[in-house]
Write a protein that binds this ligand. Sequence first.
Ligand code: ADP
Length: 576
Amino acid sequence: MARKPETNIDELGLSATALAVVTERYLCRDSDGRVRESPGQMMDRVAGFVARAEDAYRARTADRWAERFSALLRSREFLPNSPTLMNAGTGSGVLSGCFVLPLEDSLDSIFATLHTTALLHQVGAGTGFAFSHLRPHDDLVHSTGAHASGPLSFITLFDAATQVVRLGGRRRGANIAVLDVHHPDIQEFVHAKSDRTALPTFNLSVGVTEEFMLAATADRPHPLINPRTGRVVQEVSARALMETIAAQAWRTGEPGLLFLDTINRANPLPELGPLEATNPCGEVPLRPYESCNLGSLALPRFLAGDHLDEQRLAQAVRVAVRFLDDVIDVSDYPTPELAAAAGATRKIGLGIMGLAETLAALGLPYDSEMAVRFTRRLMSRIARWGHAASRELAAERGVFPLFDHSRWAAASSAPMRNAQVTSIAPTGTIALLAGTSAGIEPMFALSYTRHLLGRAFVQVEPLFERLATERGLWSPAIAAEIAATGTATHPDLPVDLRRRFVTALEIDPVWHVRMQAAVQRHTDAAVAKTVNLPETADIDQVRNVFQHAWRAGCKGITVYRSGSRPDQVLRPPPPT
Ligand code: ADP
């Protein structure tokens, strides 16, 4: 059926920014590059395609679910990750945003994975890898009698390939490389991005253990182990290594840390083996070949006066979980291993975005006990509703195939359709479409210039402008100050307004970590979050953030000191 183009009609009430993002990223084009659907039609395309999964479970129900899904997407109460919006029903049907791929210590494995990586980048997915099993550089290669080139050389190779595969310009590939803190090349890895232009398609994270964290505190030696032989090749000072990691993170924002023991305590399927890597922004620890499709609830859409409409939120959670479960079935997978792994555990990642805007609307300063408590309770409810929805699906469709081997089976006999239900994505693009603040991040600034499609949009945080206007406080002086500083610090503004619009750099790092930990507590997978530090922060502060995050039960941690990197692609600060 021919679609009627109605691209000038914005039936969803999108802002200029949202419309520009949708047009640039998501709308289908014909062979001449002309846009051939409206934003609303895009939502219908995605909903209709995903709902096809329903017919396989119960005949002739797809249309009904297509309508439900479409209503949910059009309301922008919930949006799936970018690949689903870009690819559903277009022929290049990989819908999951995140994959983890295997890397064994052999050229066969490395180049097979390089191939799969290229196929995934071509369609806009992100890929994560543990390079921990590769033998260190200068180690022996028996077959040739030569010396191995080590993980760093292969990370460089993957980076180059990623840059070559530019996927038609919509989204450039994103990767994460994880290296275990015991790997002999760990120093080289930690310094890999000293040159700030190096490895632009990679985030780097050191996989640390509790033993290492304790050794760093107690100033004990730390063994480096050759993964090929299992032998300790050197002992270094854990404290000195931690100091180096913190200093590098202070300088460049990288590496981040992954707390592998915390991650594995929550591994739903320890029988499959340990979790050693995550997707690029860290919110989904996965086994090799596994993938996860993400989707996020736009919290401000559920605001009803001075509270969140929990009934409506619970309902949206239920439909969103079903949507994400359907995505697994209708998604394409470039290799049989990827299809098998996705089907075996059926991991999905329902999360939230717009937390900062919601807190501001409710009058809760992000850096306050009240906000942390509110968020923890909210997330615990979302998790409860999400798990209930997965159980309902299990009753209807059966449990995920490896259920009997999972912690879910051990913990209670409650059936689950999905080995993992919740995850907090950065929502770098979809939050723009939803018109709200990204993920669980605080607002970065109250005014910003967005450069999209060659145009500059200057925006003041709309909620701030509305509240200030309602209270008769909006003046040219205040507007000018906000445009200049990005913060609500003008002395004419009442304290409550200033407090509730506190921005990322004004927030003490402790609160960043506390908020991340509060959300993590009720999240099955992990939480994408960056702890923003002012330019004046010192290395000690970075180390303290690392220690605090580990003790608070976070699964990973990333810091970003203002001005420490010229061009930041994946990890926030959010787009300016
Ligand atoms: P979006 O808002 O576009 O759906 P997010 O910012 O929430 O995406 O990122 C979710 C995940 O999608 C990331 O952790 C990563 O795995 C993947 N991802 C993000 N940006 C890219 C990119 N430019 N290319 C490939 N994958 C990406």
